[in-house]
Design a protein around this ligand. Sequence first.
Ligand SMILES: Cc1cc2nc3c(=O)[nH]c(=O)nc-3n(C[C@H](O)[C@H](O)[C@H](O)COP(=O)(O)O)c2cc1C
Length: 184
Amino acid sequence: MKILIIIANPKIDSFSFAMANKYKELATAKEYEVEIIDLYRTKYQQPFFTYEHANELKITPEMDYYQNKISQADELVFVFPYWWGSMPAILKNFIDWNFSRGFAFEYVNSRPKGLLLNKNVKIFTTTGAPSFIYKITGANNRLKKMFQKQIIEFCGMKLKSFNIYGGVDKSKTKTSDILNKIRL
Ligand SMILES: Cc1cc2nc3c(=O)[nH]c(=O)nc-3n(C[C@H](O)[C@H](O)[C@H](O)COP(=O)(O)O)c2cc1C
């Protein structure tokens, strides 16, 4: 099985990297093939997606590179900190560019049809606010549903797990407490 881990955190010493590395370790122990894409440091940087790009989308070398990686993967794992109730903009930009029409979805009789079949998606994220706040307000579920309905299932993929760890702060949280919860 091929796993593609996509990390969107500017800090190397972040919980995101710790979670991604732990996931990689567990997957490698099962002899799965794992590749990590570090969006802030990759040499295949993509500029901010503009109206001009959207209007007349031409495949760029970076899109070609990422779309090949996505096509080959059986599982996509997104790892990021929870920012403004959502994902960091760099991850959204990655989705805007690479989950493009004709590759990730198409329209048949005006209805969208996902093209990325037989792929599972897992999400790992951390929030600064305590989990109970997000459970009470429904914010956890909003992010999960948005990802699941608007991105993952829209493109024909399946959400396998959504993992959100609350109250995460470098000065107070022990990384090991989160890492012990990571499962394949
Ligand atoms: C730009 C920005 C936006 C953030 N927005 C939220 C938020 O909406 N809700 C929240 O609970 N924490 C928010 N946080 C806190 C991060 O979720 C928290 O710092 C992160 O999960 C800690 O993990 P890290 O040190 O691995 O990045 C935000 C942090 C930044 C820098």
